[in-house]
Structure formats: C-alpha cells, structure tokens
Design a protein around this ligand. Structure first.
Ligand code: CAA
Length: 394
C-alpha cells in the first residue's frame, strides 16, 4: 500500500530537507518539533530551498506552493496518530532517539513503519525502545538530502519483511534509490566514505599539504565530487568526529579521525552550518599546510582504503556487490563503485598495491587473506553469469 501520510520528527537540516523531498513527491507530511523556534528555522530552510529551485527553473511557482502546502508543521504529538510512515531525524543522541521511539510506539497506528535517519546509532536499540521492533527500520539519507539519490534501508535482525518492502517502496515513491543494507556499525556508505576521508586527512597531516590541494587532487584525479575537507565541511565536523568515533570503536584505528577535527569542533568550527570549518565562508582554506600534493600517492591511498572497506562489507554480507557500488555512486557521487574500480585495476594489481601501502604507510592496508587467495585463484568479486549449458550436455 502506498504511503498516504508521512511524518518527519525533527526540523533540523536533514529533517527539514527530508520533509521537502516527501512533499515534492506528492505525499502530505507532518513536520514535528518540540519548540516553535526549531520549527520556524526548518520552515525557513524549506522556503529557501524551494525559492532556489524556482529561481533555477527546476520548479514552477505553483508546484513550489503545492509542495509547501503539503508540509504540516506542528508541535502536537496528536498529529502522529494517523501517519503511515515516520522518519525520525532528531540529533544523534541515543537516549533522545530512544525517547522518540518510545513515543512513536505509543502514538502511531499499529501498521505504521517507524524509520530512523540515524547515521551511526544502533537501529536495533531504537527498535527495542519502540516496543514494536518488527516495524522499525533505518532510512538513511545523504547530504544534501534533496540532491543525493540514495537511501540506505537498514534492516535489523527483527525488522519484518513487510516493513522492508514498505520502506523500499516508499523510498522509490519519493524519487530515491533504496539500497538494502544489513545493520552494522556505520552501515555501508559511511564505512567506505569515512575510510577514504580519514585516509585523505592523514595524508594531509603527514605531508603538511595544503588542504585545497588535497581536495583538488582527489576531484581531478579520482573524479570524486568533493575531497575530504570539503566533504567534512558539508557533513559537519561534529558529525564526522562522532561517526569516526563510533567506527573506530567498532573496527579499530583505520577510522581514527585526525585530532584537528575535534580541535575545530571545540572551537565551534563545524563547517558550512556554523559559517566555516576547514574552509572560510569565502573559500579560503585554513593554513594547516602548504606543501604540494603527490596526486597519485594520495589517490591510491584513498581509493585503496575505500575498496578495502567495501571488500569487508562484501565479505560480511552487508550488501550485494552491485548494491555496494551503486550506493557509493548514488550516496556520495563517486564516478565508479569501489568494487568496479578494483575489477578495472585487476585484483592481483590491487593486492600488490595494498601490500606496498601496508609496508610503506601502515598495517591498516594489509589485505585480508581471503582477498589475497581470491586474487591468486583468479576468482572474481561478484558472481559471474553462469555458462549456458552446451546442447546435449547432462
Ligand atoms: N543543500 C541543498 N542543495 C544543494 C546543496 C546543499 N548544501 N548544495 C548543492 N545543492 C544543489 C544545487 O542547488 C543544485 O541543484 P539543481 O541541480 O537543482 O540546480 C545541485 O545541488 C548541484 O549543485 P551545484 O551545481 O551547485 O554543485 P555541484 O555540481 O558541485 O554538486 C553536490 C554539489 C551535489 C553536493 C556534489 O558536490 C556532491 O555530490 N558531493 C558529494 C556529497 C556527498 O558525498 N554526500 C554524502 C555525505 S555523507 C552523508 O551525508 C551521510 C552521513 O551520515 C553524514
């Protein structure tokens, strides 16, 4: 059944933009907040995005007005008693989100899907808090939520298949590309993206390289849309520090975010949302280095780190090979998925690169034994189409 009425809890940067995406696709959406000033801030963001779309000729004025009219801002929890699909997008604090899920379990109709946009907290713990874990699922958007096509649909051990089916269908209903992901810390895309981001930042620190030279080299030579410092400014340095901390606790030092990120957070430099992070609002980079970049080294380190994490996700059964690649393209704008990158290089060459990086940069690049064996056997990363049986064959 198509979703007739949706709700978004929390009108922050992500929540407001998610509500807009839903409304633009014809679905009425309740936007719930706890205080009028938060609601007003979210509505201002929505109006600014709509105005920009109209100015750029992406929407007609009547379409923008119709989308805006489908958004029902409220402070009242009673507005949640008739919704079919709820997306929680409150700040990333477990206790706060658990309280929201307790309320959702109590207020929403029994059939309602209770989804969370969390980027790093355990979905199954929110599910427990709701009292109806079969209805709970991760529904993770990527920044900017109205532009990036991906939604990670994060499935816990207790999520019902009917909930998964509704979430996949609703993502498509609102113009997104869903990828089904098995729950693990960091899910799929952030594991791969942050592995590459941290590696780019480490390179900058070791080489005392200019930030903008690092970003430029990755844009020009790896053809990714943003280098690590631009990306951190877009996502928010506080979020990078938080996700990095969760990933490091779960998987180890390969996710160790350089201390400068937390130092800047402590200074209130959070990125675009606070008027500057690694870059000033006028685009000037912080003077954290001035050395030139050896582009090939940098690109190899970043892509190898991303591939290694993608390979681990593949081995752990987090997503299918095709969906791993698709997710990095639709969620982070990579020109190629990491597995396709490795296939194009050839697995034996990738293994040799990882071994060289393990010896020269750090043991975090050590290729897993299964990868070394796979490359030696000439076994591909994804199942190949089976040979058609020969006529007359058994
Ligand atoms: N908010 C909303 N819309 C924005 C935006 C923003 N911050 N920045 C750009 N846009 C819109 C523009 O209005 C424009 O829309 P139209 O095509 O309708 O005119 C469109 O995006 C393209 O913008 P530009 O032409 O100005 O810029 P661009 O070609 O450089 O693209 C980008 C901008 C889409 C952000 C691109 O740089 C990109 O893909 N970057 C990678 C972003 C990424 O990796 N996101 C994932 C981060 S991880 C995450 O979010 C998960 C998490 O849990 C933290």
């Amino acid at each position: 059944m198509a979703v007739q009425q949706a709700a978004v809890i929390g009108a922050g940067t992500m929540g407001a933009e998610i509500a807009l995406v839903i409304a633009e696709h014809g679905v009425p959406v309740v936007l719930k907040e706890i205080a009028p000033q938060y609601l007003e801030r979210g509505l201002r963001q929505i109006d600014a995005l709509l105005q920009r779309r109209v100015e750029r000729g992406r929407l007609r004025t009547e379409e923008a007005q119709a989308a805006r009219a489908r958004i029902h801002p409220t402070l009242e929890e009673q507005a949640l008693t008739t919704v079919d699909f709820v997306i929680e997008a409150v700040p990333e604090q477990l206790a706060l989100k658990q309280a929201v899920f307790r309320d959702l379990g109590r207020l929403t109709p029994p059939h309602a899907v209770l989804a969370t946009n969390t980027s790093s907290l355990p979905v199954h713990e929110l599910a427990q808090a709701s009292g109806r874990p079969a209805n709970v699922i991760g529904f993770h958007f990527f920044n900017p939520a109205s532009v990036m096509r991906l939604v990670e649909v994060v499935v816990t051990a207790e999520t019902a298949e009917a909930t998964v089916a509704t979430a996949l269908a609703f993502a498509r209903q609102i113009g997104k590309l869903p990828v089904r992901v098995r729950e693990c810390p960091g899910f799929l895309v952030n594991r791969i993206l942050v592995a590459g981001m941290v590696e780019g930042m480490r390179y900058q620190q070791e080489q005392r390289a200019a930030l903008d030279a690092v970003d430029r080299a990755l844009r020009e030579q790896a053809r990714v849309p943003m280098g690590p410092f631009q990306l951190a400014d877009l996502v928010g340095l506080d979020i990078v520090a938080e996700i990095g901390g969760i990933l490091e606790a779960a998987y180890g030092e390969r996710f160790q975010v350089p201390p400068i990120v937390r130092e800047l957070v402590a200074q209130g430099r959070l990125g675009q949302k606070s008027g500057g992070g690694f870059y000033q609002p006028d685009g000037t980079p912080l003077p954290l280095g001035d050395q030139p970049v050896e582009g090939e080294q940098l690109v190899q380190r970043v892509l190898a780190a991303g591939f290694l994490e993608a390979y681990r996700c593949l081995e752990e059964g987090i997503a299918s090979p095709d969906e791993i690649d698709l997710a990095m393209q639709a969620g982070a704008g990579w020109p190629l998925g990491p597995l396709t990158w490795a296939e194009q290089q050839g697995l034996p060459r990738v293994v040799a690169l990882l071994q060289r990086l393990a010896a020269t940069v750090g043991p975090r690049f050590t290729p897993p034994a299964s990868l070394v064996e796979r490359a030696a056997r000439g076994e591909p990363l994804r199942p190949q189409p089976t040979d058609t049986p020969r006529s007359g064959g058994a």
